[in-house]
Ligand binder design. Structure first.
Ligand SMILES: Cc1ncc(COP(=O)(O)O)c(C=O)c1O
Length: 404
């Protein structure tokens, strides 16, 4: 008799975005005239840059001719892309990462979710609270956690690291030593960043305890301050303890095109075994490569024109973030994030729960955001707004919130 992986049954339904969708639908039924502005979902809205579009067109043309047609991509990704990533994302920042340490994929979500496969199920994991849910859920599916406790809203056996305003939403080094440590900076959902000296402490801690850091830098392109590291490999010793994930999604609007990459240093080991060959084996067995045309589009964001266009789009989103930060802080809200990340994390007024504030904002301002409690218990009394809307909608949303 076939049996299911019963670990999947431990997962409570992912209610966050479906509940948001339902609540908005119900509200619209009662108030069909309401002009609702959505600043909730973390998806981009600006079109792809012209450098990317041109690269796509010419790669499509290549696919139409026998001499230039491409079939399966190489396992690790095309060299033209890995070379430019190594050069521009790493060497230019003083990080010694070679092209063959870069694994091109169709995005950071898959890699963040799949990486746990190369580690034993006995490993303990540590995650931030609040957290991007993929890290926890993928470990639950693999059987690396105990049951979900609805009382605490936590899975047994997982080390949750509270991220609170008192610690600038950067977790303390845990007392109980985890084997695998998930860190994400700039952070989704809090928009917080980690300074270089603090990240160095994490790297030293991981090296001291033989832990591996799984560093999600999907929002690296939004960093605007100088003392914020763009890569964990800016820290000494990080090549001995860290894997890094990057994404083209928010950097260059590739949420629909799909492209990302993972860096696994050649000599990084766990329990004496090198991780690079394990991930290469996994990649080769279970993944058949990001499309040629998309890898060419990815290459295009590193050209001078591509870089300038990508920066322009990011500047557009970040001035939305500034509009939200300015407006809400003038109106007396406690706000953070939004300087090195496209997310604004605000404390709900009068200690309202995150969901009460969601309903209040929908009703009074017709603005949709994301309740912080949906990302973990330490997100309670917080709310996430994103800078990914249009300028016009962002300005209108802030005006409405301020005059509530
Ligand atoms: C922290 C974080 N990592 C990864 C991803 C997924 O990136 P991708 O679109 O490359 O799969 C997201 C998307 O929202 C994210 O917020």
């Amino acid at each position: 008799m076939a049996k299911i992986n019963s670990n999947y049954l431990k997962l409570p339904g992912s209610y966050l975005f479906s509940t948001i969708g339902r609540k908005v639908r119900e509200y619209k039924e009662i108030h069909p005239e309401a002009d609702i502005i959505r600043l909730g979902i973390g998806d981009v809205t600006r079109p792809l840059s012209s450098a990317v579009i041109d690269a796509l067109h010419s790669a499509v043309d290549e696919m139409g001719h026998e001499e230039t047609f491409k079939g399966y991509a190489p396992d690790l990704g095309y060299e033209f892309l890995r070379n430019v990533i190594a050069e521009k994302d790493y060497k230019a920042r003083g990080c010694d990462i070679s092209p063959d340490e870069i694994f091109v994929s169709d995005g950071a979500k898959c890699d963040c979710g799949n990486i746990q496969e190369i580690f034993d199920t006995d490993n303990t994991i540590a995650v931030c609270d609040p957290v991007y849910p993929v890290y926890v859920d993928s470990n639950v599916m693999a059987g690396r956690t105990g049951e979900y406790d609805p009382q605490t809203e936590r899975f047994k056996g997982v080390i949750y690291m509270p991220c609170e305003r008192e610690n600038g939403f950067v977790p303390k080094l845990p007392d109980e030593v985890p084997d695998l440590i998930y860190l994400c900076f700039p952070n989704n959902p809090t928009g917080a960043v980690i300074k270089k000296d603090m990240l160095q402490k994490w790297v030293d801690y991981a090296n001291e305890h033989d832990s591996v850091i799984l560093y999600d830098a999907a929002y690296e392109a939004f960093i605007s301050e100088d003392d914020v590291p763009h890569s964990i490999y800016e820290c000494d010793g990080a090549k001995d303890c860290a894997i890094e994930f990057r994404s083209f999604s928010k950097t260059a609007g590739f949420t629909g095109l799909r492209l990302g990459y993972t860096v696994i240093p050649r000599d990084l080991t766990a329990g004496g075994e090198r991780l690079w060959p394990l991930w290469a084996r996994r990649h080769g067995t279970k993944y058949n490569g990001a499309p040629y045309i998309v890898q060419r589009a990815g290459e295009a964001i590193y050209s001078d024109a591509g870089r300038a266009q990508v920066r322009e789009t990011i500047a557009y989103y970040m001035s939305n973030a500034q509009v939200i930060l300015d407006g809400l802080s003038k109106a007396g809200f406690e706000v953070s994030g939004g300087v090195n990340a496209p997310y604004i994390w605000l404390r709900t007024p009068d200690n309202m729960t995150s969901w009460d504030f969601f309903d209040y904002l929908l009703d009074k301002a017709h603005v949709v955001g994301t309740p912080g409690s949906g990302f973990g218990p330490h997100g309670e009394h917080y709310f996430r707004l994103t800078a990914f809307g249009s300028r016009e909608n962002t300005v209108r949303a802030v005006e409405r919130i301020v005059s509530m």
